[in-house]
Write a protein that binds this ligand. Structure first.
Ligand code: 9MR
Length: 355
């Protein structure tokens, strides 16, 4: 209906209310959007960090939608390990404090990762038993400190070479053995917190079938050696060009071992804008379809295998991808920068509420 203005005063009155509208409009869809966590019994997770949590609007949106958090940085080896070997838990404790105050479950990441090789450990490179003792001490101390407070840990992160052809070389593998460092990590973690759900976590399992095979063969070998692996984390940093069905197939392969499954770092990249002239509308539709498929695959798991579904960031502006060259404008998450839900949010919400 076209509104007619009977007087100049009406016209200005309408113009004024339009000018005032953005704040009200900005709130309206958010009020209508159901909290993601209210749509399912499965824990809904989001990665976050102490800096982002200082913004009250950010924290409110996070708490409204998610029941579980993963610290993006605070519980990793670099921030915890001093150059002299002492362990510093300031950030990790603060993170846990936020979670406790807000009754959030915490999934902690990560104990052993090739990307966090603190200078202290590099200084012990080649020192045999001294290196092994420091490794053991780190794992027992860190996992022990949060015993009973975290639901689970990524014990080993990204153990397979990027292209999936072989295992990754790292400070840990060269000092402790190609697979022994993983067996040991699971052993110490279980010893320090017998009830924590212990994960081996990897990326690109949907995109690279070969990597999936290398990864699953590794998990089977580790289990045969007695490693206490409770779950598989599939990071699911996917993009809009991932072939349809890839996430479903991957989930089926991973679930076949019977372990718990964590979709641990979900985001759906739009790719590089400068190399793709499809419309934003088309890209957002593809993004919704990919996210829907991941949620569908996860929700089709037996309830006992559904550990959690975690987004790697809250609003688009929070994504790690914007730090990569050419990706400064990527929009891989479920909320726009002003906190409004995106089409991807609605696709996920739709699938979550369908039992
Ligand atoms: O998003 C995380 C970023 O804030 C950290 O600086 C970085 C290094 O610790 O790790 C990022 O998270 C990574 C995750 O732990 C493992 N998978 C890839 C994620 C993005 O790099």
């Amino acid at each position: 209906m076209i509104k007619k203005f009977s007087s100049r005063r009406d016209f200005f009155g309408a113009a004024l209310s339009l000018a005032a509208a953005p704040a009200a409009l900005a709130d309206a869809p958010r009020r209508d959007a159901p909290p993601l966590k209210s749509l399912t019994n499965a824990p809904m997770g989001c990665s976050t960090n102490l800096v982002a949590l200082k913004d009250p609007a950010y924290a409110a949106l996070l708490l409204r939608n998610f029941s579980q958090v993963t610290p993006e940085y605070e519980m990793k080896m670099n921030p915890i390990t001093h150059t002299d070997g002492r362990l510093n838990f300031t950030l990790a404790d603060n993170f846990m404090g936020f979670a406790r105050q807000n009754r959030l479950r915490v999934h902690a990441t990560t104990l052993v990762w090739y990307k966090h090789q603190p200078p202290y450990f590099m200084g012990l490179d080649g020192k045999g038993q001294v290196f092994a003792d420091a490794y053991r001490n780190y794992l027992l101390t860190v996992v022990g400190r949060y015993r009973g407070q975290v639901v689970g840990w990524d014990v080993v992160n990204e153990p397979v070479w990027t292209d999936g052809t072989r295992l990754r070389d790292s400070l840990w593998s060269s000092n402790l053995g190609a697979e022994d460092y993983m067996v040991l990590a699971f052993e110490y973690a279980k010893q320090a917190d017998p009830n924590a759900v212990l994960f081996i976590n990897e990326f690109d399992l949907e995109r690279l079938p070969r990597k999936r095979a290398t990864f699953l063969n590794l998990v089977e070998r580790l289990l045969k050696r007695g490693a206490k692996i409770d779950g598989i984390g599939t990071q699911s940093h996917v993009n809009i060009n991932l072939p349809q069905g890839a996430s479903t197939l991957t989930m089926r392969d991973l679930a076949a071992l019977g372990l718990k499954i964590h979709v641990s770092e979900l985001d759906v990249s739009l790719g590089r804008a400068d190399r793709d002239n499809r419309s934003m509308d088309d890209k957002l539709k593809l993004q919704s379809a990919k996210a829907w498929e991941v949620v569908d695959a996860f929700m089709n798991l037996p309830a006992s295998q559904r550990y959690a579904l975690t987004m790697w960031g809250l609003m688009d502006k929070n994504t790690w991808l914007r730090q990569l060259p050419g990706r400064e404008h990527d929009e891989p998450l479920a909320f726009y920068d002003d906190g409004q839900p995106k089409p991807m949010f609605w696709a996920m919400a739709d699938r979550l509420k369908t039992r």
